[in-house]
Each structure stands twice: as C-alpha cells, then as structure tokens.
Ligand binder design. Structure first.
Ligand code: G
Ligand code: MN
Length: 255
C-alpha cells in the first residue's frame, strides 16, 4: 500500500526528473545482420526503489490520469530521437513505438500523430506503431477506420505479440497493417524443434505480403533456423538488449 502511494507520487515528477526514460532495442535484418531500426521501450528507474516494471507503473499512471501525457511524451521523444539518429547514424533507420488499446482509441493520440506530420519531426513512413491483437476485441469498425486514418497520415502499423491474443484471423485482411511481430513463444519452440506454428505464421505473413519480425531471439540455434525462412527481421538478446541512448551511440555511431 505504501509502495503504491510512494510510486504514484513519484510518477508526477518522473518525466521531469528523467527517471522515466526510453530504452531502444535494435531490430536486425536477418540476412545481413544490419540494424534496420529500434523499438522504443518505456522504462522507469525510481530514485529510491530502483527499476519498476511497466506492468506495475502503467496501471498507476492510468489511475493518476498521467497515462495520456506519458503516452504522448513517448511518441514525441522516440520520434525526436529517431530524427537525430537518422542524421548521425543512418538516414534509413526506423523506430517502432508501442501503442496500448486504450491509447489507440484516444483523440490525443491522433493529435500527437498529426503534430509529428505538421511539424515535420520525422517522416511518418519511418515510424511503426505496434499494437496487440486485442485492439480489435471491441468496436472493430471503429478500429479499422482509425487504422486507415493513421495510414493516411503516413505511419506504418504492426501487430505485436502476434499469435498470442485475439484468436480470429479474419481481422488480418480487414486491417491495413504492414507487419507482424511474431511472439517469443513461437521462437522458444525452436529449442525443442517445435517449428510447425512458426513456419505457418511466417507463411501466413508472407502470403499477406507483410513484413515479419521474430521477437525474443536468444539463441544461435533459433537465429540460424530463422535465417532459412522468409522472415525478414529479428529482435532479441542474441543481438542486443534494450540500450540507453548513450549505449546506442557508443555501439552504432561510428566517428
Ligand atoms: O510486448 P513487447 O513485444 O513490445 O515487449 C518487448 C519486451 O521484451 C521488452 O520489455 C524487452 O525488454 C523484452 N525482450 C526483448 N528481447 C528479449 C529477449 O530476447 N528475451 C527476453 N526474455 N525478453 C526480451
Ligand atoms: Mn513491441
């Protein structure tokens, strides 16, 4: 109880004191091992209590009505960071940003996207918005319309944790999406030579002409298997954990 109150109070200043920050995990092209871009991941390093997982602080932020400013900050911050790295590292770099189902339905989310476009913070075609399949559980028609609006602004759309949520495949042809991120559970299966579902998901994505990203790749074995498939990209500890801005620049900024 006291921990909860302590966390909630600190959340009010977490953006200002920079204890809330973004970590960036590289997304790699499987065949060339080249860095395609990064996924921005929200992290909180509390001054007294240390690292607080998003699962714990996101519900608190929702309760304290801080979730909207935090969500909008994440999008703007990740876009501004990408604009810098496109200038200093590689102009073709992309950024993936996680969007919650609630955030997806909010007007301030759309206004933030419009702000990025009108202020030319970065090209929207280099931004991929990731959402889980659960986004479609309710209000399918409204969801599809909203996706078309986001696409018309020029952003890319991706389904995160694919294969673990909403079980209907029907939405795949209704949604104007560009990419599937294959959930880690299907990659983990490779350890026991269990690749029937992984193969099927890759085939499905391929048939729908979607870009594919394998998530949570941790072993050489999994990496080698993926290289034999038509999956284009991967993300995982085998290449890199989520990194701080400084660590990204140490590793990828060649003087
Ligand atoms: O829901 P989403 O797929 O966006 O979550 C990504 C999370 O997975 C991040 O918190 C990230 O730190 C974690 N992650 C990224 N790569 C790996 C990995 O190779 N192994 C494990 N266990 N976790 C990972
Ligand atoms: Mn994600």
């Amino acid at each position: 109880f006291t921990r909860k109150i302590q966390l909630e109070r600190s959340l009010f200043t977490a953006l200002e004191d920079q204890s809330l920050y973004l970590a960036y995990q590289p997304i790699i092209e499987l065949q060339t091992q080249a860095v395609k871009g990064f996924e921005a991941l929200l992290r909180w390093n509390h001054t007294a209590l240390g690292s607080i997982p998003p699962d714990e602080f996101i519900p608190l932020a929702e309760e304290a009505s801080l979730i909207t400013p935090i969500n909008n900050w994440v999008i703007i911050e990740a876009c501004e960071q990408l604009a810098k790295w496109q200038q200093t590292i590689d102009p073709k770099l992309t950024m993936a940003i996680n969007i919650s189902p609630h955030q997806f339905q909010s007007d301030s989310f759309i206004r933030t996207l419009q702000h990025i476009v009108t202020e030319r913070l970065v090209s929207p075609s280099s931004i991929t918005l990731e959402m889980t399949e659960n986004i479609a559980i309710l209000q399918t028609q409204r969801t599809v319309e909203r996706m078309h609006l986001i696409k018309s602004l020029g952003f890319r759309l991706s389904i995160d944790d694919f294969g673990t949520g909403y079980s209907s495949l029907q939405y795949l042809s209704a949604f104007p999406i560009d990419e599937l991120k294959i959930d880690k559970v299907f990659i983990d299966g490779l350890a026991t030579n269990d690749h029937a579902l992984l193969d099927s998901i890759i085939q499905l994505g391929h048939n729908l002409e979607l870009n594919l990203v394998a998530e949570g790749v941790e072993t050489e074995h999994a990496l080698n298997y993926l290289k034999t498939t038509s999956c284009q990209h991967m993300q995982g500890f085998i290449f890199s954990e989520p990194l701080s801005v400084q660590d990204v620049e140490k590793r990828f900024l060649t003087p």
